[in-house]
Design a protein around this ligand. Structure first.
Ligand SMILES: [Zn+2]
Length: 164
């Protein structure tokens, strides 16, 4: 393999690696406060559960969807998720979420290969969530990690991807 083709190969693989540059910080997805303190990442499919999520082509989202929370809302979200076992997503406005949609051009080229498959990403997120929850008593496991793990599990169960 030449150096040039290697570079192209890396560039092509980049979209699935989950590493992006140039992201702008979004406000709190609950109250629009720009002073956010915590963020979680959820699978694109979960967009369907969010406020104003209907028109978004979630299958065309590359990587995860990031939700930001301000300090006071984060405390509420922690209680809701960790104490009540409920997901905050229905109250999160997708307009304040951060995600990358495939370029139209790229989507056009990919049409012949069918819809992008979100399964791989969802399986990885579910595996990570299960690992985090299994380590819930570990002092290194933070509330943020547990909230993210529970929201991933709750949303994919609600959408019928994983078993309860
Ligand atoms: Zn807020």
């Amino acid at each position: 393999m030449t150096a040039a083709s290697n570079r192209r190969g890396l560039a092509r693989r980049a979209p699935s690696s989950g590493v992006y540059t140039g992201r702008t910080q979004q406000p709190c997805c609950l109250c629009d406060d720009h002073d956010t303190s915590h963020r979680i990442a959820v699978p694109p499919r979960a967009i369907q559960l969010m406020e104003n999520g209907d028109p978004i082509a979630w299958r065309d989202v590359v990587g995860t969807v990031t939700l930001e929370f301000c300090e006071s809302d984060w405390a509420v979200v922690c209680d809701l998720v960790l104490e009540t076992g409920m997901s905050p997503l229905s109250r999160c406005n997708v307009a304040r979420a951060d995600f990358d949609l495939r370029e139209d051009f790229e989507a056009l080229l990919n049409d012949t290969r069918g819809e992008p498959d979100q399964t791989e990403l969802e399986e990885r997120l579910l595996a990570e969530a299960a690992e985090t929850i299994a380590a819930a008593d570990d002092p290194m496991t933070e509330d943020r990690d547990l909230v993210e793990a529970r929201v991933v599990q709750l949303s994919l169960r609600e959408l019928g991807v994983s078993e309860p």
